[in-house]
Design a protein around this ligand. Structure first.
Ligand code: URA
Length: 193
């Protein structure tokens, strides 16, 4: 059930994130990236962390991988304008786009946990190994082994898939991501009936 008015709390949380200095990543960031999309979204997409474009604009997934993600979402009639909230595991860009350190993830994770609590999505899509491992704590599985499968937890359905940036290394990944988005979109429509 949606909470009555989480908007004020989300606004407060956003301001906190934008001014956060809790870990060393803030030292080199230009802008922290809170995430974006309707605050009543039933679907939440979680990536790894901001890259150079995101850091410049303060918005998630606005570079090449983001444009691909938008196009793939759009094919399923999903978008950050309409029904998907897009966030990241860490809110500040790791230097040279390195994978965030464990300590950085641990420090930042409470923000994501709070975003999830307030947005209260029914479906969560984890993009790539860092998002998957950070979300579930350490996990030995590979994305390729458990992508496309639902994990039920606390009233939510969580699914990992490949990160869209992986498509630039291997075009075949796009088909898998699109299959998984299609499953997500099907479930979304089913839940709205
Ligand atoms: N990759 C991510 O994981 N997140 C972004 O916001 C952009 C690229």
């Amino acid at each position: 059930m949606k909470q009555k008015d989480p908007h004020r709390q989300l606004e407060k949380l956003k301001n906190k994130v934008l001014g956060c200095t809790e870990c060393p990543l803030h030292q080199e960031r230009n802008l922290a990236v809170f995430g974006e999309g309707p605050w009543e979204s039933r679907i939440m997409v979680i990536g790894e962390g901001p890259g150079a474009n995101e850091d410049k604009l303060g918005r998630p997934f606005v570079g090449r991988a983001g444009k691909l993600l938008d196009r793939m979402l759009e094919k399923q009639d999903l978008s950050r304008e309409k029904n998907v909230f897009i966030a990241n595991i860490v809110k500040c860009r790791p230097p040279q786009n390195r994978v965030p350190h464990k300590k950085e993830v641990e420090t930042c994770f409470p923000y994501l946990r709070e975003q999830i609590r307030l947005i209260n999505p029914e479906i969560i899509l984890l993009l790539g190994a860092t998002a998957m491992r950070s979300y579930w704590g350490s996990l030995d599985e590979k994305v390729s082994d458990i992508r496309g499968k639902w994990h039920r937890e606390a009233g939510r359905l969580v699914m990992p898939t490949f990160h869209p940036a992986a498509v630039f290394r291997n075009r075949n990944y796009q088909e898998y991501i699109e299959q998984d988005l299609n499953t997500i979109a099907g479930k979304y429509r089913e839940l709205r009936r």
